[in-house]
Ligand binder design. Structure first.
Ligand SMILES: NC(=O)c1ccc[n+]([C@@H]2O[C@H](COP(=O)([O-])OP(=O)(O)OC[C@H]3O[C@@H](n4cnc5c(N)ncnc54)[C@H](O)[C@@H]3O)[C@@H](O)[C@H]2O)c1
Length: 267
């Protein structure tokens, strides 16, 4: 038996991971704060599945999610720490509540899931993997997306710290960092302030044109898990050369290049 827990499972990448896991006969624990959409996804799957409405910002709710998973299945093998949001705007104009929401969901939510599940995974003393979702945007910055960049960079750092800690403990639990490139989903649907409407329209257009579907993306993620990979980068063509350019920029002490989003190449 393989038991998979997925946060943010009601839409996009999370729903695609759920469908693929179900197709492999895995048992599922699905969580999302969108209770209705979560039920639609859960009801569409032909495997043993529980849907647990959960706001990942709420520590007690995430503890209840972990309890529900262990009560039902007695084990967790793969945990996708996937729920996230994207807000846009000029970094100094974005209101405090929007900044806080990004931090609370994209960092706080990921940490709540780690705090609730990892002690249980370690105590079980069996192989398990937690996959923290960052983004290509966790390595490459973008104007107009400061809360997203900042929180996704944080996940890269937190996950590397966690990997070192699990290794130091000699734990059977392992962690991976998932860095998606463009995947068709609802992540860019949040209302954009006037100053970023054009930017977000271009970003959405690029995502629609070049993005993978969640159902194309999910098997690549499971392939990486099968191979025990730490870095799960299903679209290396989006990350690698741009990360090299960014690293060169820093090492050569060049200032950030201007970002001509209308050219579509990010430089
Ligand atoms: N789609 C992309 O191009 C892309 C690229 C890089 C990274 N990502 C990351 O992938 C993850 C999944 O995003 P997606 O693209 O599928 O977007 P999505 O909006 O389609 O799905 C995200 C899901 O998370 C849920 N969610 C948001 N806040 C929550 C909360 N507080 N508690 C519980 N659930 C919550 C939403 O209801 C939604 O169902 C995110 O972390 C996102 O940052 C996506």
């Amino acid at each position: 038996m393989t038991v998979v827990v997925i946060t943010g499972a009601a839409s996009g990448i999370g729903a695609g991971l759920a469908r693929h896991a179900a197709s492999l006969g895995m048992k599922l624990v699905l969580a999302d704060w969108d209770e209705i959409a979560l039920k639609v996804v859960a009801d569409s799957l032909s495997t043993e599945v529980i849907a647990v409405p959960t706001d990942v910002r709420d520590e007690a709710a995430v503890q209840s999610l972990a309890e529900a998973a262990y009560d039902r299945f007695g084990e967790v093998d793969i945990l996708f720490n996937n729920a996230g949001v994207l807000s846009s705007g000029l970094s100094w104009e974005i209101d405090a509540a929007t900044w806080q929401r990004s931090v609370d969901i994209n960092i706080g939510g990921v940490v709540n899931v780690m705090r609730s599940f990892v002690p249980r995974l370690i105590a079980a003393d069996r192989r398990a993997r937690i996959i923290n979702t960052s983004s290509v945007g966790g390595f490459l910055t973008s104007p107009y997306m400061a809360p997203y960049s900042a929180t996704k960079f944080a996940i890269v750092a937190i996950t590397e710290a966690m990997a070192g800690e699990l290794t130091a403990l000699g734990s059977k639990v392992q962690v991976s960092l998932l860095a998606p490139g463009p995947v068709k989903s609802a992540i860019m649907d949040e209302h954009a302030p006037t100053e970023t409407v054009e930017f977000m329209t271009v970003m959405r257009g690029m995502n629609d044109e070049h993005g993978m579907t969640p159902d194309e993306f999910a098997p690549l993620v499971f392939g990486s898990i099968e191979r025990g990979e730490y870095w799960i980068v299903p679209q290396p063509e989006i990350l690698d050369s741009a990360l090299q350019d960014r690293t060169d920029m820093i090492l050569e002490r060049r200032p950030p290049t201007s970002f001509d989003f209308t050219s579509g190449d990010g430089e």
